[in-house]
Design a protein around this ligand. Sequence first.
Ligand SMILES: [Zn+2]
Ligand SMILES: [Zn+2]
Length: 394
Amino acid sequence: MKTFKTMLSALLLFLFIASCTPEQESNWYKGNLHTHTYWSDGDAFPEMVLDWYKTNDYQFISLSDHNTLQTGEKWKKLPKSHIYEQAFDDYLAKYGADWVEYKKDTAGISVKLKTEAEYAPRFQDESFLILRAEEITDSFEGKPLHMNATNIQSLIKPGHGSSVAETLQNNIDAVNAQREKTGQPMIPHINHPNFGWAISVEDMKALRGERFFEVFNGHPMVRNYGDSARLGTEDMWDQINIAYLKRDQSLMYGLATDDSHHYHRFGGQFSNSGRGWIMVEAKSLSPEALIEAMEEGDFYASTGVTLRTLEQEDGEIELNIEAESGIQYTTHFVGVRKGGSSTEVFASVKGTTASFEMTDDILFVRARIESTRLQENPFREGDFEMAWTQPIVR
Ligand SMILES: [Zn+2]
Ligand SMILES: [Zn+2]
């Protein structure tokens, strides 16, 4: 009896201490999961790209080149133009002749690209993380079917297929199989569905094991907003989630990415850095913590709006926007009702704080925050800064 009492009081003491220990604190981390370099069709050296993101206060980045990881020997012959010769001179001046390996002759300049193993130690530290990635670049009947794989351990070759959906599914399965095999968290995400009008909402509704897609991509050719006959990505998003919830599949979450290719020419016809990113609320800056938080929906996509806080629990969204002087904000709580087939705006709230509580008739809800501040280098002329939180169900 005495032993039982001792055990009981020890247990109570343990429970008391456990309840007093604060949960590990979360922080917001800014990152871009879709970026190109000279390793494929981007027009800058990886070090210069990393330097841009690091000095612009990003905490994580994926250099996601087409069907390649940044390993092995690759020489890049620079285009013969003043822009690229000048950019090379800047690169050489910044990193020095000891670092840069190159050949210069009458044919032009060729540079040996640094591998991930070479450049990563120069950039990674406690406040900047590189997530290894690849843009799996596949196609079906001429339609470009691109999908990013983030935090992969080894290269995934395009899997092909006998339809758009099957091609995408084969590539998703390959990423998830590598995750299973290695035990490393990694995520596939669908890129720019409307690029080449390649991926329809029906194609995406058919997918299994996909949790993420680009609701915003900064490349000028990707048609985020659809056209008069075809859905924009934001409308697609809700249609996908109606289908996913119908068969108890986890919700699809929306990303904003740069898909940057151009680092020396700027403006509407180029894909530049800084147009779209995600903010992840994670316990630490590690691939495991970031991906865990993303899969929980603890992140938002942004083209300029920053949230100070975002609470999403028990069917309630509560958010606080980082105010900028002279700028107004409107938060639209949008989603779909149970049995509904189209997106509705449930409430619109002006100001820097907004909250919404789901009623029983609502299937899912998410917040779209619009500001009155024009984007400096927009995807489309006249676009205002925005943010999108992830859909929640009760
Ligand atoms: Zn692409
Ligand atoms: Zn891309």
